[in-house]
Design a protein around this ligand. Structure first.
Ligand SMILES: [Zn+2]
Length: 177
């Protein structure tokens, strides 16, 4: 920082001193022009000094103008950036709403899946109970299987007993579960 600042400051000081000297000479020549007729050399010097002032003034005006338009450009860029930020914020708010909606839908779908799994588990349990009942249950009359019929009290019967013709018991009936 100081490496750049110091030469700039020195350059500005030198330029200011040169300008002061030039203006002092300029005022001196203008004073003389009011009193005496200037020599050709003095008139040339006056013109040169005046042109130098004009050039410096133009350069300064150009610099100020450049800074002004740069400032305007930066202002426009800043406005555009603010507009973009507002737009992004609005978009973010919209996305937040959309996300909330989807989150709700997701929770609802998740609940549906849970309900489905619960129903499936219940169905599976019922099926197992029924299957187990069918396989393991023995006829309530003869104690044999397979059970092919259940009466209105859910009592199991084998086919012959259901037909009222129990098979002759040649072996000891198995104990009922
Ligand atoms: Zn039977």
């Amino acid at each position: 920082m100081t490496r750049r600042t110091r030469p700039n400051r020195e350059r500005r000081a030198l330029a200011a001193r040169a300008r002061d000297e030039r203006r002092a000479r300029l005022r001196n020549l203008i004073d003389r022009a009011g009193r005496v007729t200037l020599t050709t050399q003095e008139a040339d010097a006056l013109r040169g000094l005046a042109e130098a002032e004009f050039a410096e003034s133009d350069a300064l005006r150009a610099t100020v103008g450049g800074q002004q338009s740069a400032a305007n450009r930066h202002g426009a860029q800043l406005d555009a950036a603010h507009a973009a930020i507002r737009e992004a914020e609005q978009a973010a708010a919209e996305w937040k709403k959309t996300a909330a909606t989807y989150s709700g839908l997701y929770s609802s779908a998740e609940q549906d899946v849970t309900n489905y799994h619960e129903r499936q588990a219940a169905e599976e349990h019922r099926r197992r109970v029924v299957a187990a009942g069918t396989i393991s249950a023995a006829c309530c009359v003869c104690g044999r299987g397979p059970v092919t019929y259940r009466n209105y009290r859910e009592q199991p019967f084998c086919a012959p007993c259901a037909d009222g013709q129990p098979a002759p018991t040649t072996t000891t009936p198995e104990p009922q579960p």
